[in-house]
Ligand binder design. Structure first.
Ligand SMILES: [Zn+2]
Length: 274
């Protein structure tokens, strides 16, 4: 394959594969490659989520109540937004669920394909308040709503050879994560790619959509910038595995979020559920 054809495939121009394997991300309308059915990935994620629930120490306290309240507001607001916009609801096949995992060392949260969410107690020191928690959850939920895992898995099929190399590398990194945090579900999470970084375009998209979803749900998205600053502070001189290892922060990221802020507050005010 020459370089031009290769770029053509990666660029997801639809012509190279077939018209059905291309879709667009919600709201941003970025073109995406989709070779794997969403249902397949959701089912796989749900199975792994069940195993994680058995292996990790789950807590049911006021923080979990907050997580569930924020999550419910967000899932309703997202569905309502797409309904009012006369667009297909990307969360139509989601089976939302929320857990809080006791592990202070893990400053992270994730949302699996299909809406299976976990928050680690370590990140609560960073989020500090409901607006902060909403901004982290909004970002993670945005990865799932925009089907970033489906996109990544599809790309992996296209790039099989290089994927094997990446797998070997990330295998080493994952066992390092395991040792540093005592997370005994690192292997499980890697099966669904949850601890692997998304690419930069996907991260930017999750930042943007996350702000929109938080704003639609009635949270103060100005807290988002403060979160990134607290995250930077908490990670100073430390090794991964923090939220930052999969979410490289930079002054550019904060600058970008600041640039979107006013427009999003005006364009996506808290939505009334009809
Ligand atoms: Zn992210």
């Amino acid at each position: 394959m020459n370089r031009r054809n290769f770029l053509h495939l990666i660029g997801c121009s639809c012509l190279s594969v077939s018209i059905h394997s291309c879709t667009t991300a919600p709201i941003t309308e970025r073109k995406q490659l989709r070779l794997i059915p969403e249902a397949k990935l959701n089912a796989q994620a749900a199975q792994i989520y069940e195993k994680i629930k058995k292996k990790e120490k789950l807590i049911d306290d006021k923080n979990l109540t907050d997580i569930k309240t924020i999550g419910k507001k967000m899932q309703d607001s997202i569905s309502e937004y797409f309904y009012q916009s006369n667009l297909p609801d990307p969360t139509a096949n989601f089976d939302w669920e929320y857990i809080l995992i006791e592990n202070k060392k893990v400053k992270n949260a994730w949302c699996m394909p299909g809406g299976k969410i976990a928050v680690y107690t370590g990140i609560l020191e960073i989020t500090k308040n409901k607006n902060g928690l909403a901004s982290v959850m909004g970002h993670e939920i945005a990865h799932a709503v925009a089907k970033h895992s489906v996109e990544r898995a599809s790309r992996n099929i296209m790039l099989k050879a290089s994927t094997q190399i990446i797998d070997i590398l990330s295998g080493g990194k994952l066992s390092q994560v395991n040792r540093a945090t005592g997370m005994n579900t690192v292997g499980l999470l890697s099966q669904i790619g949850i601890l692997n970084p998304f690419n930069r375009k996907q991260e930017t998209e999750a930042d943007y959509l996350g702000l929109i979803f938080s704003s639609l749900s009635g949270y103060d998205i100005r807290e988002t910038v403060k979160i990134w600053e607290r995250m930077k502070e908490a990670n100073k001189g430390k090794e991964p595995p923090e939220f930052m290892s999969t979410h490289p922060s930079s002054s550019n990221r904060i600058k970008q979020i600041n640039e979107w802020m006013t427009e999003i507050i005006i364009k996506y005010p808290p939505i009334k559920i009809t």
